[in-house]
Design a protein around this ligand. Structure first.
Ligand code: BTN
Length: 248
C-alpha cells in the first residue's frame, strides 16, 4: 500500500458501470486513488454479476487501488471498505448502519448499500483493484422489484430527509483513504472494527453456495475475508463466498 494517496475524482453523468469506467482508466495507467463517480449507471452490477439498480439520487462510485499484497488478501479490502462506508453513513446521517458479511451495508435488516471488489492480477501479482461502492441515498426504493435478494431501503427513507450526497462521497473517500493507509500496520484493527459493526457474528446463519448450504453460528471473520461458521456438530467451516441469511 502506498503511504499517501492523492484522490482524483472523475465526475460523469450516465455510465454503463463506474466499475468499467474505472477499469479503463486503470488499464490506461491511472494511479491509485483515481475515482469515478456517476449520477446514474445503466448497467450497475453487484456481486456475482447481479444487476445493481442505480437511478439518480444514489451514490455510485469506484476507486482504483494498486495494493502490493498478494491476490489472496484482496478480499480483505471488501471488509475494509464496508467498515469505511458504514462509518461514513453513521457520521453523516447519525443512523446506525451495520455490515452483513461479506459486503452488505444494512439498516434495520434492509440493504442500503454494497461493496464490489474486482481485481486484475497476473502471475500472482495484483495489477490493480477496482473497488465499487453503491449507496441508495436519495432514492425511493418502493419501486424496486420484489425479486431482490434482500429488502432494500435508502438513506432518505431511513432519515426522513434528503442526505447531502457530496458530503457522503467526501466522508466515504476520507474514511477509505485513512483505513487503507492503516493496512500497512496489519489487518487486526480493521477486523475488530468490522466485528463491532457486524450484524452477523454470534448469529445463527445459513450461507448458500451453488449446490450446497452451510448452517451454523457465525463465530469469526478472518483477515482474508472468510467467515467462520460452526455447525450443530461443532465442526468449523471457513466460507469464502456465498449468500448469507441470518436465521435468528
Ligand atoms: C453488491 O452488494 O452486490 C455490491 C454492489 C456494488 C454496486 C456499486 S455501484 C458503483 C459500482 N459500479 C457498479 O457497477 N457496481 C458498484
Amino acid at each position: 500500500m502506498s503511504s499517501t494517496m492523492t484522490l482524483t475524482i472523475n465526475r460523469l453523468d450516465e455510465v454503463s458501470s463506474t466499475q468499467e469506467s474505472a477499469k479503463q482508466l486503470a488499464e490506461a495507467g491511472a494511479v491509485e486513488g483515481t475515482v469515478v463517480v456517476a449520477r446514474t449507471q445503466e448497467r450497475g452490477r453487484g456481486r456475482l454479476g447481479r444487476r445493481w439498480l442505480s437511478p439518480p439520487g444514489g451514490l455510485w462510485f469506484s476507486i482504483v487501488l494498486r495494493p502490493t499484497c498478494p491476490p489472496a488478501r484482496v478480499a480483505g479490502l471488501t471488509l475494509l471498505a464496508a467498515v469505511s462506508v458504514a462509518n461514513a453513513v453513521r457520521s453523516v446521517t447519525k443512523i446506525e448502519a451495520g455490515i452483513k458479511w461479506p459486503n452488505d451495508i444494512l439498516i434495520g435488516g434492509r440493504k442500503v448499500g454494497g461493496i464490489l471488489t474486482e481485481m486484475t492480477a497476473e502471475m500472482n501479482v495484483v495489477k490493480y483493484v477496482v473497488l465499487g461502492v453503491g449507496l441508495n441515498v436519495n432514492i425511493d426504493t418502493s419501486g424496486f422489484p420484489h425479486d431482490l435478494l434482500m429488502p432494500a431501503t435508502s438513506l432518505k427513507e431511513e432519515a426522513g430527509r434528503q442526505v447531502d450526497l457530496e458530503k457522503l462521497l467526501k466522508t466515504c473517500l476520507k474514511n477509505l483513504t485513512a483505513d487503507y493507509k492503516k493496512l500497512g500496520d496489519g489487518f487486526v484493527e480493521i477486523l475488530e472494527r468490522w466485528k463491532a459493526l457486524s450484524v452477523v457474528i454470534g448469529k445463527k446463519v445459513k450461507v448458500s453456495q451453488p449446490g450446497t448450504a452451510i448452517e451454523g453460528k457465525a463465530v469469526a471473520v478472518h483477515a482474508d475475508g472468510a467467515l467462520e461458521v460452526v455447525d450443530g456438530e461443532g465442526s468449523s467451516h471457513i466460507v469464502h463466498a456465498g449468500d448469507l441469511s441470518i436465521l435468528r
